[in-house]
Design a protein around this ligand. Structure first.
Ligand SMILES: *Cc1c(COP(=O)(O)O)cnc(C)c1O
Length: 395
């Protein structure tokens, strides 16, 4: 049995998304900037996709900018607010300690350019509160950027409340909604969101295409300079096939949000209940306000990477959450931010589900994970010390 449980990293494209793309590689190959009818056909498809995305988010089509993905949208949103803030002498930005690197690394760059960055603590409930945001806002705050839902531990932030706080204070609010779009209800107007990022490959669309929503009147600076595409705010010939597939996948996901969430939540809760029986473990992330498909645990006395390799051999694709992207052995910044100590953070496992998963697959996971954890513990010198009492358990 092959079980794909790494949907927070990327998702399998839906048949609908694949079929939506195909004509744009074949008959509808025009450049939307061309004035002739071949170009205009592509232009019509582009604008239809923009309208569809706007309907899904509750905004106007002219507030939608297509990008190369979530990372680019995050970069553009944050750089725009920073640039505009600096012009008014406001150089303070509020965010959270468990953002995606697309946000954190952009903020780090701004910090070196003289911006002051406040990263809100996420130890309480593995989440932030609107009150924390309110308390952090200053006269010189030019942006609040808080993710909608965390990609590693699944916490869903109180976005509507944070939006209301920002609106009352007159501070622009951006949210990285890459994990939320297509999975949770979003209404940018009702939630007072000024800018929002999303990415197609997290909701069964293609990789390399995303959206920046920017409320009308929000000033944008260009991350990519060149032609006048996307109302002059994002140069480059549009990825029409990707954009149309993004729109189709988002519409499909949004029109099945409740039924998919119910199905995925039932599988998630089965895994959380089953894995909680393993001794000396802890659930990561907000236990209540949580993404339907996220299961994240730390198991004391093991290495997450070994666990992953063993599970892969048993047909289960998961993630450790400890991003060794840089090749360093540092554990995940998210797990450290919620207060896990290094040793514990190294023993992490993230299983992220989609509506393509089945209950039989959950049974397989629940059969394999406890067995592999025990096997790894039996080989672990750390576990032996814990058992001997030479070391004290943390979990
Ligand atoms: C995947 C992800 C991103 C990056 O999106 P890309 O389209 O891969 O650039 C940003 N933020 C979060 C929360 C994500 O999960």
């Amino acid at each position: 049995m092959l079980v794909y449980a790494d949907n927070a990293a990327t998702t399998k494209m839906s048949k609908l998304a694949i079929e939506t793309m195909l004509p744009y590689f074949d008959n509808i190959y025009g450049n939307p900037s061309s004035l002739h009818s071949v170009g205009q056909e592509a232009k019509e498809a582009l604008e239809a996709a923009r309208k569809t995305v706007a309907e899904c988010l509750g905004c106007e089509p002219r507030e939608i900018y297509f990008t190369s993905g979530g990372s680019e949208a995050d970069n553009q949103a944050i750089q725009s607010a920073a640039w505009f803030g600096a012009r008014k002498g406001k150089k303070h930005i509020i965010s959270t300690a468990f953002e995606h690197h697309a946000v954190l690394h952009t903020l780090e760059k701004l910090r070196k350019e003289g911006f002051e960055i406040t990263l809100l603590d996420v130890k309480e409930n593995h989440n932030v509160s609107a009150q924390q945001v309110k308390d952090a806002i200053r006269e010189d705050t030019c942006l609040v950027t808080c993710m909608y839902a965390n990609n590693e531990i699944g916490s869903v932030l109180p976005i509507g409340e944070i939006g209301a706080v920002c609106k009352a204070a007159g501070v622009p609010f951006h949210t990285d909604a890459v994990q939320a779009a297509g999975h949770l209800h979003i209404d940018v107007k009702a939630q007072n969101i000024d800018m929002l990022s999303l990415s197609a490959h997290k909701f069964h669309g293609p990789k390399g295409v995303g959206v920046l929503y920017a409320r009308r009147g929000m000033p944008l600076v260009n991350v990519i300079e060149g032609g006048a595409q996307e109302r002059g705010k994002r140069a480059g010939t549009e990825n029409i096939a990707g954009i149309c597939a993004l729109a189709a996948a988002l519409q499909d996901a949004c029109s099945h949000i409740d039924e998919n969430a119910a199905k995925v939540t039932a599988m998630r809760d089965k895994l959380i209940e089953g894995l909680s029986q393993i001794p000396h473990c802890a659930l990561n992330g907000d236990p209540v306000n949580r993404l339907p498909g996220n299961v994240s645990f730390c198991f004391e006395g093991i290495e997450g990477e070994s666990l992953l390799l063993y599970l892969d051999a048993m047909g289960i694709s998961a993630s450790s959450g400890s991003a060794c992207t840089s090749g360093s052995l540092d554990p995940s910044h998210v797990l450290l931010a919620i207060g896990r100590v290094h040793d514990v953070a190294h023993g992490s496992l993230r299983l992220s589900l989609s509506h393509y998963n089945t209950m039989e697959e959950m049974d397989h996971i629940l059969h394999c994970v406890p067995q592999v954890v025990q096997q790894l513990r039996n080989m672990s010198p750390v576990w032996r010390e814990l058992q001997n009492g030479e070391r004290t358990y943390i979990l």
